[in-house]
Structure formats: C-alpha cells, structure tokens
Design a protein around this ligand. Structure first.
Ligand code: FPP
Length: 277
C-alpha cells in the first residue's frame, strides 16, 4: 500500500480516504461488473458506444490503483455471453476498444509487473481480438504482480457447464466414468478461475441489484457493494469507498463471530434435540 500513498498528495480527498483503509485487511481479489456505459452516454445525448469509449479510462485507473494497493487479482466483466444480442455496431466497437486498450496499455502493464489473463469462451472471439489478447497474455505471463483478469464472452452458467464437461472428458479418458462422483473441489479445479482465489469483494456500478451471470460459483461468499456511480464516472475515490465499506463487513462464511460469547454451555446435540412426544 506504500506505493499507493506515494502516488497521492497529502491532504487531498483520496489521501484522507486512503488513511482510513486498513492495509492488513485489503480484499485479495476484487471483481467488478462495469455497468452504466449506455446510460452515461444517453444522459449526454451521445451514442451508446461513446459510453463504452468513456469506460476505458476508469479501467486504466482502477488497474493502476489496484496494482499500487497491492491487490492480488482484479476481475473485470468486459463482455458477457449474452452481449452478442446487442447491435452489431456496438459489439464491433467493444472489440475495437479492447484491442485499443491492449495495445495502449501493454507497456504500462509490463512496467508495473501486471499479468493479464482472460476468462470466458475465448475461442468464439474474432480472430484478431483473440490473437492480440493471446499476445498480451503471453507478454505478461512472467509478471508476478497484480493479475488483471478480463471476463470476455463470459457467462457463469457456461463456465459451470464447461467445468462439468471437462470432468466428464477426464473421466472418459481415465476410464472412470462409471464410478464418477463429483466433489466441490473437482468443479472448482475446472473453473476458468481455478488458479485465482475467489473474489472477496464484488463491485457493481450503476445501482443495479443483479449478478448478471457473473462468477456464479466464485461469489458464494463475496461481499457485494453496489454504487449508483455509472462506470464511466468511476473514480479512485469510488474504489476506496468500496474497500472501506468492505472492511466494515463482518465476514462469517456461514459460521459465527469467533469473539461472541456462546449463548449456552449445553452440548449442541442436547440444545437441538426435539423433545419426545
Ligand atoms: C455495461 O454497460 C458495459 C459493457 C457491456 C461493456 C464494458 C466495456 C468497457 C468498460 C470498455 C472496454 C473494456 C475493457 C476491459 C478494455 P451497459 O452498456 O450495459 O450500460 P447500460 O446498462 O447503461 O445500458
């Protein structure tokens, strides 16, 4: 987090916000549903694609802030399996913007030791997009700082279907299909995100209270933060606010707080026993 403080001017708004953050309790993995580009453009009487164009700088700034904060992974929902339903011009603009981003940011990613990876059904991407994406992933593969994970042609259900099919294929190859028993860790091991810890914090911009088929398995215990800010307006201060809010949460993962005094000293079996009639 020292790098982050070094990038701020003492006394400025974000510096004060950053002072309130506990560097020991940063989320390791932040996932973001970047929403509201269309509405941002609409409010300015601009075409929807202008909103996507304006969404590039927040991507750049958020990546930079996460790298400086020392976050392990940042997953950005850039294109869902459902987004093909949008007008062709909009879809093509999104591919153009992705290629523009990759070309413009590669030197910066290298300089900051950032590794770029992508998750989703990447084989269905236009050839040029796929090639440039693969080249950026290869170029940054040796970096061991922040992992920027772009979800592209991604769907949470599709990911689970792919994981189950991968397990079936494996069992077929190993000749164990007739006795296949699937455990949680088997599914987790075949997810696109198998090598990345599950998100601690899921941020959604633009106020919508939806998950939109994003990381369905991985967000089982993520803390969710929804802000009214539209993605093109998402600033460093919004990210810091989300982290501060996250640090106020009491994460119990289905258990109870460890410092709470138990209600009773009765053994559990006795406490829940149903009296005989
Ligand atoms: C949702 O807003 C946003 C998207 C479907 C695309 C996100 C893409 C970018 C931010 C730009 C490129 C990204 C990278 C990683 C280079 P929406 O269009 O659904 O907004 P609306 O709900 O207001 O219509």
């Amino acid at each position: 987090m020292k790098d982050f403080f070094d990038s701020l001017k003492p006394g400025e708004g974000d510096w004060l916000l950053a002072q309130s953050i506990d560097p020991e309790r940063l989320p390791a993995h932040i996932a973001i549903i970047m929403d509201g580009n269309g509405r941002w453009a609409n409010r300015r009487n601009m075409p929807r694609v202008a909103g996507h164009r304006a969404g590039i700088d927040p991507v750049r700034n958020t990546v930079e802030s996460c790298a400086r904060l020392g976050i392990t992974a940042l997953t950005l929902y850039a294109f869902s399996v459902e987004n093909w339903k949008r007008p062709r011009h909009e879809v093509e603009t999104l591919w153009r913007l992705l290629r523009f981003y990759l070309r413009r940011e590669l030197p910066e990613l290298m300089e900051n030791n950032i590794r770029l990876v992508a998750i989703g059904r990447l084989e269905a991407l236009p050839k040029q997009v796929r090639q440039e994406l693969e080249a950026a992933m290869e170029a940054t593969a040796g970096n061991n700082g922040l992992i920027v994970n772009l979800a592209i042609n991604y769907g949470g259900r599709a990911e689970l279907v792919d994981a189950v099919n991968a397990l079936l294929d494996q069992a077929r190859i190993e000749g164990t299909l007739d006795r296949l028993q699937v455990k949680e860790e088997d599914i987790a091991s075949k997810l696109y995100t198998a090598k990345i810890p599950d998100p601690d914090l899921l941020i959604r911009t633009s106020g919508e209270m939806r998950i939109s088929n994003f990381l369905l398995w991985q967000i089982a215990y993520s803390e969710i933060y929804v802000t009214e800010t539209l993605w093109p307006d998402f600033k460093r201060s919004d990210l810091l606010q989300a982290i501060l809010d996250y640090q106020k949460r009491d994460r119990r993962f289905g258990g109870v707080k460890t410092d709470v005094v138990p209600d009773s000293t009765e053994p559990v079996a006795e406490a829940v026993a149903v009296p005989a009639r």
